[in-house]
Write a protein that binds this ligand. Structure first.
Ligand SMILES: *[C@@H]1O[C@H](CO)[C@@H](O)[C@H](O)[C@H]1NC(C)=O
Ligand SMILES: *[C@@H]1O[C@H](CO)[C@@H](O)[C@H](O)[C@H]1NC(C)=O
Ligand SMILES: *[C@@H]1O[C@H](CO)[C@@H](O)[C@H](O)[C@H]1NC(C)=O
Ligand SMILES: *[C@@H]1O[C@H](CO)[C@@H](O)[C@H](O)[C@H]1NC(C)=O
Ligand SMILES: *[C@@H]1O[C@H](CO)[C@@H](O)[C@H](O)[C@H]1NC(C)=O
Ligand SMILES: *[C@@H]1O[C@H](CO)[C@@H](O)[C@H](O)[C@H]1NC(C)=O
Ligand SMILES: *[C@@H]1O[C@H](CO)[C@@H](O)[C@H](O)[C@H]1NC(C)=O
Ligand SMILES: *[C@@H]1O[C@H](CO)[C@@H](O)[C@H](O)[C@H]1NC(C)=O
Ligand SMILES: *[C@@H]1O[C@H](CO)[C@@H](O)[C@H](O)[C@H]1NC(C)=O
Length: 577
């Protein structure tokens, strides 16, 4: 009953109050115990962060290491590379693997290469030092079967306490950049209002530790962990109230670190987090927005929030590189038919173009999205278009794979766009990773990452496509790429896990593709391997492994994988000094 009452209260009107105790922010909740607040039965109560945890999440797991660990020297014995890996290329037809350097390739001197993580996936320590819950604490704890094996991020990689050693380990491998995200509900436990100083101090030290090791810190403001209080108060990204709250959060973070952090990403993969809507029923604040509209309402507010945050950051320091992380693989028409080519363009429009066209091209959505969007979204005003246009300094793209696209078979694109009940409406394209011949586009990743194939032949074409289509003034960054080694979670000995030939081959072939594109004049400024180590792969839990380091989740020991050596070897071989 307490939870039911809590829901009703949270969904009523809420005003934040300043608490005398800065380490335990509270929120004054005023409103009706009925969701249709009409002034009757008005009540008021103070909610602490602890109350939020108790009402919506419940007990969380903790790990024995719960204070910051100092770094120790990485032993040279752990820096011995694996024996030579051999991989015949496929399907380019070349029969002898390239064992020596291709003299026509090079990465420019200022090309940055790094590894990436995200707060909820690696930090753990979810209730420590004043953090408020995010929607992911609820999704992992309270939504049945939302996450494989009921895994949670409660402990994850315990990076919140082990970051010093983690940064020492990547520095020892020669990594130049570390891209991590800040937990919004650590900085602002209720999402807005009072600031949690302990969290600021934590990230102060994380950033300073990067600088101490000559690792460039790259910060993402939002990697899917919406503060629970904002989701329950007004629906998170479904309300335009998020624009001001995100802007204020961004202002706090930019103000604190704009002198130390040069590279910023506002939003991670809005295509993905907007497509999380509708969120599981009966878990968060209810909404009357129809399910098919919700991702696009989210997208609209996310675009405006991004643009607003971008301008705050640039006003503090115009030299910052600020962008958002777009995502998606290369898109290939399944056949050469006009309908399949149109379907492929629609797939670009409803994915990359949804966010990239407003920010890089026109200040507005792709034309093919307009008939649907105009039925429920207000058009961008001239001022909004002006704020959107150009508000990304580089094109940061998370590009892992590639797929085929085709028109719906039951009446084609026109029958689908005219029929709101069609399962593929409104985007009206179909997709597959299987050639018309029946062959996969490339070897499959782990079965639990069914969306991913090793299909790196497309890399040069895709980079050319991004440059030609969106013409980013600061170039392109591959802000995430990586591979889920098949069945890695089934291996039980660290030496077995560490030898990951498919991931290693993927990184090598992918970077050869980047080198080709660079040689052809595509401006690629950097890349970030996903991920620094194995972590909570969202709803796949810990069953899918993307790390270039293995983590024993029992002991929290880290081990370098062979792919990590292959990754840095490409830069040792090809980067101009
Ligand atoms: C402030 O919060 C701390 C940590 O939870 C607690 O120990 C302390 O008693 C609180 N002080 C007041 C005045 O509420
Ligand atoms: C930290 O962990 C130790 C056990 O290693 C435990 O005794 C202690 O209560 C924990 N402290 C906090 C603040 O959770
Ligand atoms: C996950 O939790 C649910 C609800 O408590 C339970 O029914 C289910 O068996 C659990 N699944 C696993 C794999 O532990
Ligand atoms: C602004 O950012 C640039 C790039 O990170 C940095 O070199 C410079 O020191 C910053 N300026 C100030 C005043 O913080
Ligand atoms: C976007 O900004 C660029 C550069 O300032 C300008 O040339 C272009 O006309 C703008 N486009 C629109 C649609 O406002
Ligand atoms: C979409 O493609 C799948 C096979 O990849 C097929 O089974 C399905 O019927 C197609 N749907 C439509 C509407 O074309
Ligand atoms: C619209 O799509 C639904 C679902 O596929 C289908 O049952 C219905 O016949 C379609 N309506 C028209 C007019 O084609
Ligand atoms: C993880 O560490 C535990 C405790 O030392 C050990 O029993 C287990 O075998 C390790 N697992 C792997 C996969 O290394
Ligand atoms: C070396 O690089 C060039 C330019 O990208 C490419 O055309 C050629 O195929 C590469 N050679 C080998 C053996 O891969």
């Amino acid at each position: 009953m307490a939870v039911i009452l809590g829901f009703a209260l949270l969904f009523a009107s809420i005003s934040l109050a300043t608490s005398p105790n800065s380490t335990t922010p509270t929120s004054t909740v005023s409103g009706s115990t009925q969701t249709s607040s009409n002034g009757a039965f008005v009540t008021s109560m103070e909610l602490s962060v602890e109350d939020l945890w108790d009402m919506y999440v419940g007990p969380v797991s903790t790990f024995s290491i719960n204070t910051t660990v100092e770094a120790t020297l990485v032993p040279s014995s752990s820096l011995i590379p694996p024996p030579t890996l051999y991989y015949p290329p496929f399907p380019t037809g070349q029969q002898i693997a390239l064992q020596s350097k291709n003299e026509s390739w090079k990465f420019p001197k200022d090309f940055w290469y790094g590894v990436a993580s995200a707060a909820y996936q690696v930090e753990g320590a979810v209730k420590d030092e004043g953090r408020g819950p995010s929607i992911w604490d609820v999704l992992t704890h309270r939504v049945t079967n939302f996450v494989a094996h009921n895994d949670t991020g409660d402990i994850a990689d315990n990076h919140y306490y082990m970051y010093k050693q983690d940064i020492a380990r990547i520095a020892a491998m020669g990594i130049k950049a570390y891209s991590f995200s800040i937990s919004w509900s650590r900085i602002l436990p209720f999402g807005s209002g009072e600031v949690n100083e302990e969290a600021l101090k934590h990230y102060d030290d994380l950033i300073d530790t990067c600088l101490q090791y000559n690792v460039i810190p790259m910060v993402t403001l939002y990697h899917w962990d919406m503060p629970l209080f904002l989701q329950n108060t007004y629906g998170g990204w479904l309300s335009d109230r998020i624009i001001d709250d995100f802007t204020e959060y961004a202002r706090i973070v930019f103000t604190r670190w704009s002198s130390k952090v040069s590279h910023w990403f506002t939003l991670n993969e809005p295509i993905v987090f907007c497509n999380f809507y509708p969120l599981p029923a009966n878990t968060f604040k209810a909404t009357s927005i129809p399910p098919k509209q919700q991702p696009f309402v989210c997208g609209h507010n996310a675009l405006l929030a991004h643009a607003s945050a971008y301008h705050v950051g640039k006003s503090l320091n115009s030299s910052l590189t600020i962008s958002f992380k777009n995502n998606g693989g290369y898109k290939i028409p399944l056949t050469d038919s006009a309908a399949d080519r149109e379907a492929t363009q629609r797939a670009y429009d409803f994915n990359e173009g949804w966010f990239a066209n407003p920010l890089f091209l026109t200040g507005d959505y792709p034309t093919s999205m307009q008939p649907f969007l105009s039925t429920f979204l207000p058009p961008f005003t001239a001022a909004q278009k002006a704020a959107l246009n150009g508000s990304a300094d580089i094109f940061a793209h998370d590009a892992y794979t590639s797929s085929f696209y085709s028109a719906p078979t039951d009446g084609g694109i026109p029958a689908c766009t005219a029929n709101a009940s069609h399962p593929l409406y409104p985007a009206c394209y179909n997709t597959t990773s299987v050639y018309a011949t029946g062959w996969n586009i490339g070897p499959a990743a782990d079965p639990a990452a069914a969306w991913l194939n090793w299909a790196t032949d497309w890399v040069p074409a895709f980079l050319r496509h991004v440059q030609a289509t969106w013409k980013p003034r600061g170039g392109i960054a591959v802000s995430e790429f990586g591979f889920a080694e098949p069945f890695e979670a089934l291996k039980s000995r660290p030496e077995d896990v560490a030898f990951d030939p498919v991931r290693a081959a993927y990184y090598r072939a992918y970077l050869e593709g980047v080198l080709m594109a660079v040689g052809e004049g595509v401006r690629v400024v950097g890349c970030l391997a996903w991920s620094i180590f194995d972590n909570l792969e969202w709803s796949s839990g810990y069953t899918v492994k993307f790390g270039v380091q293995y983590v024993n989740l029992t002991t929290q020991e880290r081990f370098y994988k062979a792919s990590f050596f292959e990754y840095v070897n490409m830069f040792n071989t090809y980067q101009e000094t």
